[in-house]
Ligand binder design. Structure first.
Ligand SMILES: C[S@@+](CC[C@H](N)C(=O)[O-])C[C@H]1O[C@@H](n2cnc3c(N)ncnc32)[C@H](O)[C@@H]1O
Length: 197
């Protein structure tokens, strides 16, 4: 599998106006990153899961999961994805994961709890401008890529990830948009033919 987590520091955790995603504390960025992680020109990447950890007001955290192997009928435009996130926000009740629609799940799991229950089984790559060049490292089939939003990860979480053995990885010499980062990672894995179905 290819797995990504977007840590969205301020993204709203209550339903928002679908016509104003930017003012929902950058839900446009969240939706665009999810779209870029899941879609390619011929459809959905079935070997990809993207999670978004939403940590803005009024009641964080909310954890959404889009599983490419189970999704069907989803459109790749931001508004369609945001509409499903809205549905998730209405249904987020507890740490227990529930399926909101085909292949889309929600819970109130925190980013830290998710990492703690996954870091032993997966190789964690923390995407950061000052990391090691992705072209010079091996990438496991069992990967989990972590990225921040326009603000980036809090220092506390960076330290937490490094303590658990995450590798800090750079995608290139400049700072890219979160949505561009997932495309660059996919491209790198496509070139190396790292797929699993
Ligand atoms: C727009 S950047 C965030 C910039 C923010 N000002 C900061 O200091 O983190 C969004 C996220 O994309 C990832 N990112 C951006 N450029 C990158 C690069 N060259 N290499 C690796 N990750 C990158 C990082 O995870 C970052 O948190």
């Amino acid at each position: 599998m290819r797995e990504f987590i977007l840590f969205a520091r301020k993204a709203l955790t209550k339903p928002f106006d679908l016509n104003d995603l930017v003012n929902a504390n950058r839900m446009d960025l969240v939706a665009r990153t999810i779209s870029n992680a899941l879609f390619y020109s011929h459809g959905i990447r079935k070997d990809t899961i993207i999670y978004a950890s939403l940590n803005g007001p009024p009641r964080p955290p909310v954890f959404v999961k889009f599983d490419g192997s189970k999704i069907y009928g989803l459109l790749h435009d931001e508004k369609s994805i945001a509409k499903i996130i809205n549905e998730c926000l209405r249904k987020a009740k507890s740490e227990k994961e529930i399926e909101v629609t085909n292949g889309v799940f929600v819970s109130r799991l925190s980013f830290e709890e998710f990492i703690k229950s996954n870091y032993k089984e997966k190789v964690i790559y923390y995407l950061h401008e000052n990391g090691e060049d992705i072209r010079k490292i091996e990438i496991s089939d069992n990967n989990l890529f972590i990225l921040g939003d326009h603000i980036g990860l809090p220092k506390k979480l960076e330290k937490f990830l490094i303590r658990l053995g995450a590798k800090k990885v750079s995608l290139g010499p400049i700072s890219y948009l979160s949505s561009q980062c997932v495309t660059i990672v996919h491209n790198e894995l496509d070139r190396r033919k790292i797929y699993s179905d």
